[in-house]
Design a protein around this ligand. Structure first.
Ligand SMILES: [Zn+2]
Length: 458
């Protein structure tokens, strides 16, 4: 028998097990939605604990016999999130770590939902409800894969279902440091991301890092009359704007030396659709896109600098005065391949050297987070791509993310040898964090089958 037939057989077996349990998976996801696990209403609340208990039960049913709930403690000693953990040791020399999160975003404006946000409703092959996909889809991907391999696992498994991802994970690092053995693994599946579409699978190949800094521009000892002094003296607000505009060339490319300009990790098969991008972002028709190169590189692997706050007089309180001082905040997204501290230094150096008209400048770096990039040649990623292709019938189109998932670089730094794979059953129609969130059910089934196939073939 050729190995391909062998894998087809394994896949048939997996598909059958998932088919046999399908109704119960959908039922469990509907129940999970109804638990209303909004972490913004309190990560240590009884509601969050009930959600964690339910997920632990699902994992026990899927064969992780010791799946249980543990409460984390925050850095300052206050009670943290209700985490779900579990381990299954089958005596293999390979250990796989499975991640998802059980907390959800608030529903927001409920009148914008077509169906009740905390009731699972199936319509045209999609299950609607808050958390149906982000990250109920991730939880059920693991539950489905483990169910398909129940009694048949050939690698050790560790599961961690986080209870506070949507709140920026305040107790994650203390929990990780208290229990490194819950996490240590050869392969890590972080299942909280998206596919290219419901029909085309993806691995997430990179996440950008971020730097947040405050910049203060000062030019006068005190504000002065704009009629008496304006002309030879530029006010601090205008100087700040000049400084910000010096980050770009005329096409809107960031031209700060030392900020790494990357290309999509592992190459780009197909660029993003500009039409969809314009629609999704609500960009006005007259506005041109900034920057050059592929749209994907501009979103995933090149730097982006946004001015997100500025201390300037509100328009209705404005009067004829030259401002002496202006502080503004920059939110910088950086290449997944650059250390955040290096990017912060590069931008700070550029700002200090380019003070318009010799103004005084003070830079205060508030936050840095390094990004993450998959090694596209690592054998586990290649194996995963093959399994996705077998299940979905087409090769994956890997994609980067413009945003960050801070726990991934933290985990990767703690376990540098681990092969981290980021995937997940969201798709462009999911509406995560927005009204009418939904999970495509055939895509979820595909992700379950692919994960089971990868686990069985490691
Ligand atoms: Zn998520």
């Amino acid at each position: 028998m050729s190995s391909e037939n062998g894998e087809n057989e394994a896949l048939n077996e997996i598909s059958k097990k998932i088919e046999d349990n399908w109704e119960s998976f959908v039922c469990a996801l509907e129940k999970k939605i109804s638990l209303k696990a909004v972490s913004a209403e309190g990560i240590s609340s009884p509601t969050m604990k009930a959600s964690a208990e339910f997920v632990a039960q699902c994992l026990r049913d899927a064969g992780i016999d010791n799946a249980r709930v543990e409460q984390a403690t925050q850095e300052d000693g206050t009670p943290g999130a209700w985490e779900v953990v579990g381990q299954k040791d089958v005596g293999s020399d390979k250990t796989v770590f499975l991640y998802a999160h059980h907390d959800v975003q608030p529903a927001g404006d409920e009148s914008a939902w077509r169906t009740p946000p905390f009731k699972g409703v199936v319509e045209r092959g999609r299950l609607y409800g808050r958390g149906s996909s982000d990250d109920g889809g991730g939880i059920m991907t693991h539950v489905g894969a483990l169910t398909a391999l129940k009694g048949n696992l050939n690698c050790n498994v560790k599961v961690f279902i986080e209870g506070e991802e949507e709140m920026g994970s305040p107790s994650f690092v203390p929990f990780l440091n208290a229990h490194p053995d819950y996490f240590d693994a050869d392969v890590m599946f972080i299942t909280d991301s998206s596919n290219w579409s419901a029909k085309i699978p993806s691995l997430t190949s990179s996440l950008r890092g971020n730097v947040t800094m405050d910049v203060t521009v000062k030019c006068l000892e005190h504000p002065v009359h704009s009629g008496t002094f304006g002309g030879p003296i530029l006010d601090a607000n205008t100087l700040s704007c000049m400084l910000v505009s010096s980050f770009y060339d005329k096409d809107g490319n960031v031209v700060v030396p030392g900020l790494v300009q990357g290309e999509p990790i592992g190459g780009l098969k197909e660029d993003l659709s500009e039409e969809d991008f314009r629609k999704d972002s609500s960009l006005l028709p007259s506005c041109r896109l900034a920057g050059s190169g592929s749209l994907a590189s501009r979103l995933w692997t090149k730097p982006a600098i946004a001015l997100t706050g500025m201390n300037i007089r509100p328009v209705k309180e404005a009067f004829n005065q030259l401002a002496s001082e202006c502080t503004f905040r920059l939110s910088v997204r950086i290449s997944p391949l650059q250390k955040a501290e290096d990017a912060a230094k590069a931008l700070k150096d550029f700002i200090m050297k380019n003070a318009p008209f010799g103004c005084q400048i003070d830079v205060h770096v508030l936050e840095t987070g390094t990004g993450w990039a998959m090694d596209p040649h690592n054998p586990v990623a290649l194996k995963a791509e093959k399994c996705f292709q077998e299940v979905f019938g087409c090769a994956p189109e890997n994609k980067g993310e413009g945003g960050s998932i801070p726990m991934i670089p933290i985990l990767q730094a703690k376990f540098p040898k681990a092969n981290v794979l980021v995937d997940g059953p969201e798709d462009p129609l999911t509406n995560a964090h927005a009204p009418n969130e939904s999970q495509d059910l055939s895509e979820l089934r595909g992700d379950m089958e692919a994960e089971a196939l990868i686990l069985s073939s490691l």
